[in-house]
Design a protein around this ligand. Structure first.
Ligand code: ATP
Length: 126
């Protein structure tokens, strides 16, 4: 839809509300997203307990943001796919599998980042 070129704070707030609604839908409809959120919160608590450095926090937050973002993109593609082709189709399978691969890669990346940050600290505790 064509929009007016003028900056409008109300429109920006509306966009923000829509994005928040997207997050609400994600947590309501996607069980994997709930699991990822639970893991993210646990890791953030662990980061607080282990008193991470600023650079460790930066990498960790980027890794968590990456997982949540790919999870959202995966959900977007699943919804578009189901809308345009509710019946089985080889191309839809390819699209959904590729989107799921994106989540897998970002999750593995975050896991490796988490291990690199926390494993030495755990070993130090032992
Ligand atoms: N319309 C379709 N045509 C062909 N294959 C499909 C179709 N829908 C789903 N699939 C296959 O089933 C898999 C699971 O798809 P589905 O839409 O159920 O995702 P999901 O199980 O809800 O994924 P997640 O739980 O990870 O969000 C896809 O990755 C794809 O391989």
């Amino acid at each position: 839809m064509m929009k007016s070129q003028q900056f409008s704070l109300t429109d920006r707030l509306k966009s923000f509300r829509h994005a928040c609604n997207g997050l609400r839908l994600l947590l309501k409809e996607e069980h994997n997203a709930r699991i990822h959120l639970f893991i993210a919160i646990s890791v953030l608590v662990a980061g607080y307990i282990f008193n991470l450095s600023t650079s460790e926090w930066m990498i960790l937050v980027l890794a968590i943001g990456g997982v949540i973002t790919t999870e959202i993109m995966n959900t977007v593609l699943e919804n578009i796919s189901d809308f345009i082709s509710p019946e089985k189709h080889a191309t839809i399978k390819k699209i959904k599998d590729l989107a799921a691969a994106g989540v897998l890669i970002s999750s593995i990346t975050a896991m490796v980042v988490g291990m690199l940050i926390f494993l030495p600290k755990f070993i130090e505790l032992c």
